[in-house]
Design a protein. Sequence first.
Length: 62
Amino acid sequence: MSRCRYVARGVPRGYRIWDNRRKRWWGEHYEVCPDELLAELNGPGDQARLAALLKRYRATKR
């Protein structure tokens, strides 16, 4: 079984997305665990859906 490329890791005051292939953080700091965003990143990766999810999770930070 292969590992997921993107995983959410808990950091102080929220979550960050870790890219297992590149061995670095991807995206921003999120206060809410971005489950739908991770599913889309590890799945089909539809650009329009990713943009909508990023916009939604950024809005929850404010």
